[in-house]
Design a protein around this ligand. Sequence first.
Ligand code: DON
Length: 615
Amino acid sequence: MSDIAAQDFSPILSCLRQLHEKYRTNFDGQVATYIPELAKVNPQLFGIALVTADGQAYEVGDARQLFSIQSISKPFVYGLALQQLGIDYVLTKVGVEPSGEAFNSIVFDERRNRPFNPMVNAGAIATAALIHGEGHDRRLACVLKMFGRFTGRPVEIDRAIFSSEKATGHRNRAIAHLERNAGMIDERIDEHLDLYFEQCSILVSAKDLAVMAATLANNGVNPLTGERAIDEPYVKNVLSVMHSCGMYDYAGEWGYRIGLAAKSGVSGGIIAVLPGQFGIGVFSPLLDPQGNSCRGIKVCEDLSQRFKLHMFRARFSAGVVVRRRSRGTTVRSKRIRSSQEQAILDRKAASICIYELQGNLFFASLEQVFRKLAAELDSLSYIILDLKRVLEIDDCAVTLLAEMETMLAERGKQLILAHFPIAADHSLGETPEVQWSKFFFPDTDAALESCENQLIAEENGDNRCEKALLELQAMDILKGFDGDEIALLHSIVNLVHYAAGEIIVREGDPADALFLLAGGLVNVCLRLGDGMRRKRLATIAPGVAFGELAIFDGGTRSADVIADQPAVCYVLPLPKLDELAALHPGIRTKLLSNIGRELSARLRRADAEIRSLEE
Ligand code: DON
């Protein structure tokens, strides 16, 4: 993703610069000294980075300065443990309750014989002890690989920091021994501690932290590399423990004031996540008494307040979800029907209803749809949800749609989804009881056509009109013709068979014949762009004429007509028709009046459809 344009003009970058400037001269707090190597850090260092869930990065100050990740490693290793062992097992070993104590406190959940949560040292050591693998080196490789997926680059350990903590980490060693004593971890105490000290000594920058946070914000997929760093179901578990325990004995106030899922580390890093939107990484080594970066807290607090980022703010409401409702009597498919089929649809198509939806589909918006539907459900048999203007469908909406389908089917009604977004398709796998494919139509027109066909089939039996070859006198355009006139027409028509896919009429050709469809189906199509793409304008069923405008202007064909399935036409060559009409003027009069009536009926339907769109 190019960040040049975004860096040139960006109120976000300008805000980060202002915050950097505002707090650059604030030297509140102390650098951590209990790990001797950390005490050597330059306290001036200060970097801020923000990466969006789609991978746009904004960086200010020392955002590329490397430092040891320390406790910010904890939620990520916890995610790895969840992925390796599953939630149920991990919960038996490490709790998820805030301890309200300092990060290095020596307290355990005595009742459940486990550390309180994976964010305090006791829980993080027990979590590191869970990481699978044959021997220390393989376990470490697995941890490093996981961090590499989150940062989008291979990560390394700062061996000086690791050795410094290993040599002085007596408190953590004591915690591990107490845990061993209580049976919380196995006997490989030194190996587990090494792994823990190593995970804390991984080098990252504020930009790396923001990418890692953005990966969590993006449901576990690194937005820069596209690689999945953690399985989606665990992302919410990781974010939950960050939210409740990530800032130790400041977690409550942090959640109250700032409202982003966060984690801090004693080297001065803070990571914060707004799910679905972005991740922040801040680095400034001056710490408050709780071990959280002073400037880091200030930057996050300012950002949260300025942009109202608190995750418990309701960001959107359902709004108006049902944009328009139309019945099958006002809106028809592009299939041109014989008058007999028209008559059936005039009587029955009110039982088809198209709900045009807009915006995002989630619990509250679908509830609106159900409410509207319930009010008119008795009169409906086919419910088409047109999702063309729907941007996103969340998992909850998918579950509710499945419920809706089942309830409608129980009442003998059909749910049809038109324009279902491909991107949402994967989530349907979670509702196997519904065979979604039979409810999907590429567009409303195809959905409408299918409902209309079912209504007609209910009355005509198995689509009789499509199968039998119609007699000449059954053609709509020949209504009112007597036996002699039909016989005269018979003498000039050719009965022509077309294979499926064959072009019957080609755009640009001279319009020199009138076609009456006796059997099969044909599509009227426009060639678009380079001529390789076609758009269907209408589908014509037996009993209906096409190419009839040629009678009026004799010009060239304005669209292609292609056999959709094997088709049979009565073809009336215009010169012969003219000759016949010269001798029998009644034939022309009746023909023109029938065509006129059909055209005016189509115009009336178009007017009614336009009215329904405007109302
Ligand atoms: O265990 C320790 O003390 C360090 N390796 C990590 C502690 C830490 O980062 C606490 N966070 N504020």
